[in-house]
Design a protein around this ligand. Structure first.
Ligand code: ADP
Ligand code: MG
Length: 237
């Protein structure tokens, strides 16, 4: 019911004020997460968060920018998907409110995997989500993308839509995720990413994840993150 949702949102916001300490988190249920998200995680047998998840989720829920570094296979996908889903829920986004969050991923395969994970753990929520990864369905993507709260995109395809589709409205965007940033840069997407981010509101929250922390990853973080919390690796600048 509406009243119960409102009460849960108020309770979660209060819990954000005094976040549990990292070492108090043994399971996802120890985090201030909505019942719908906890249920979605449990369905997929996600019970114990990985280290990058424990650290990033608590920080991201507070609205801070995060630069997370952790090896491949360490669970970076949930480290950003959970904060994105919770942001939509706590801010009562509905399907028709436009695009709230953009996730940029280097390859179609990775974008597709993120999308599948999002649908699984987010199945009890009612946000809308779309994949913008190219292929044959440019028209379909274009007609649908404004109606998605969360877009999972490859850089080239997203930039193409932003350049060619004057109706695409980036002003509603509140969260940006740059996933596998080191790979994006290896694949030559630096300029595309900077061009994309130029269209986004500056008061958004940005989460950047990478397997390695190269100088070019630090550069793209410096350019696109605001006062970020570094997780996983100290910045040696
Ligand atoms: P990364 O992006 O860091 O390479 P992924 O997010 O792709 O890692 O996750 C790697 C694998 O670990 C996936 O199969 C995922 O389902 C699994 N996984 C992620 N988080 C957890 C967790 N908390 N408990 C169990 N398995 C997990
Ligand atoms: Mg990954």
């Amino acid at each position: 019911s509406v009243a119960r949702t409102d009460r849960e949102i108020q309770e979660l916001k209060q819990k954000y004020e005094s976040m549990p300490l990292e070492n108090e988190i043994k399971k996802f249920v120890d985090m201030p997460l909505s019942q719908k998200t906890l249920k979605g995680l449990l369905d997929s047998k996600y019970v114990v968060p990985t280290e990058i998840q424990r650290k990033s989720i608590l920080t991201a829920l507070k609205g801070k920018d995060v630069m997370g570094t952790a090896i491949t296979g360490s669970g970076k996908t949930l480290a950003f998907l959970i904060p994105v889903i919770e942001h939509l829920y706590l801010n009562k986004w509905s399907r028709t409110d436009g695009v709230c969050a953009i996730v940029i991923s280097p390859t179609r395969e990775l974008a597709y995997q993120i999308f599948e994970t999002l649908k699984r753990i987010g199945r009890y929520h009612d946000f809308s989500a779309g994949l913008i990864i190219g292929g044959k369905n440019l028209k379909f993507e274009r007609s649908r993308m404004d109606q998605c709260n969360i877009l999972i995109c490859t850089p080239g395809r997203l930039l193409q839509h932003m350049d060619e589709n004057p109706l695409f409205n980036a002003t509603t965007i509140e969260m940006l995720v740059l996933d596998e940033a080191d790979r994006c840069l290896d694949m030559g997407f630096e300029e595309s990413i900077n061009a994309i981010v130029e269209h986004f509101p500056t008061d958004r929250q940005t989460l950047l994840f990478s397997a390695t922390q190269t100088n070019s990853v630090k550069d793209i973080a410096r350019l696109n993150l605001l006062d970020p919390i570094f997780i996983g690796e100290k910045s040696k600048s």
